[in-house]
Design a protein. Structure first.
Length: 335
């Protein structure tokens, strides 16, 4: 009888322990269950369709807004944990509906974008904007990412946070412009002036450029000479290679409705060599096999290589250019 009583007592104690640890039970002397979200950040909106967030984003800032669009809190992460594919960002929140706005690359020391105003308690989601730092228009921009996710926090009674995926898009673009003379004559990037012009320095909470009335003029952060691999292209008189001029520029988001323009001038004479609708040429390099819209294709693009061919007199060989290795012909584009 004594042994049987001991087993009954242990069973009762075990049941009591389970009930005390359950989030569904209510006891005045116990803390309520924690509620919140566990966010996973994904950057697969690229041409490779593969998640490379952990290898690209080096700092992270997240703003949280409630169902009424009022600012609640912010979270940052700048450590090596961002490089871990299994890392998640957890935040405790009361039950309710929320919106997370994430920025990658904006809290690093070398960041190229900054918020127009730091959100404060109860400030509105509609007021959230970020701006390109003006002094960075002629620099290689630090990569900038943006993502938005709506989510709900519920108390499921298991003390587990809800899983929230946040899809990121890269805002910044990098261009390498190559200038090649069809005659084989050597060229240098210093022979030309390069400009990309677009009103895209101010971005709203959805990462859409906001018109300011003052387009940003992006200029090269480096210019020089690149030589084709010996043996692959032969110039006149048996030259082992062709020397091309190059320039590299970075821009904020290329947005088709803004009609961005790329312009190339002769540095010595100021003569215009080419003035072209940038977005149309980028979109025209998309493979017919892909099903993305023109804007999504451009948003997914990472680094762009554009090759312009010049005639012997230094004028542009009007007919086509090459974008990322694809020939783009003018007569195939609705200007």
């Amino acid at each position: 009888m004594i042994l049987k009583f001991k087993y009954m007592a242990l069973a009762a104690l075990s049941a009591m322990t389970v009930s005390l640890s359950s989030c569904d039970a209510v006891f005045d002397d116990l803390e309520p269950c924690r509620t919140g979200a566990e966010m996973r950040f994904i950057f697969d909106r690229n041409l490779e369709n593969s998640n490379s967030f952990h290898s690209n984003v080096d700092c992270l800032l997240v703003y949280i807004y409630d169902a009424d669009g009022r600012y609640v809190t912010s979270l940052t992460e700048t450590s090596d944990r961002l490089a871990d594919e299994n890392w998640r960002l957890s935040v405790e929140l009361p039950e309710g509906d929320y919106k997370a706005v994430a920025y990658g690359g904006m809290t690093c020391g070398e960041s190229s974008f900054s918020p127009v105003a730091i959100p404060e308690r109860d400030s509105g989601f509609d007021a959230l904007q970020v701006r390109l730092k003006p002094e960075h228009a002629g620099k290689r921009l630090h990569d900038h990412y943006h993502g938005v996710a709506d989510f709900t926090v519920d108390n499921h009674g298991d003390n587990e946070f809800g899983k929230v995926p946040v899809s990121m898009t890269r805002t910044t673009n990098h261009f390498r412009i190559l200038m090649q003379n069809l005659s084989g004559a050597p060229l240098s990037g210093e022979d030309f002036d390069f400009y990309i012009t677009e009103d895209n320095s101010l971005l709203d909470n959805g990462n859409v450029p906001v018109a300011t009335g003052t387009p940003t003029v992006y200029t090269p952060w480096i210019k020089g000479v690149v030589e084709e691999r010996p043996g692959t292209v032969r110039g006149p008189e048996g030259n082992p290679s062709i020397r091309m001029g190059y320039a590299e520029l970075s821009t904020s988001r290329v947005y088709i409705p803004n009609k961005p323009v790329i312009r190339i001038d002769d540095h010595k004479t100021g003569r215009n060599i080419a003035t072209l609708p940038l977005a149309y040429y980028l979109a025209a390099s998309q493979s017919d096999a892909s099903s993305w819209s023109d804007q999504e294709y451009i948003d997914r693009g990472r680094d762009w290589v554009m090759t312009f061919f010049l005639q012997e007199d230094g004028s542009w060989f009007q007919g086509y250019i090459m974008v990322n290795g694809w020939s783009v012909r003018i007569n195939e584009i609705d200007m």
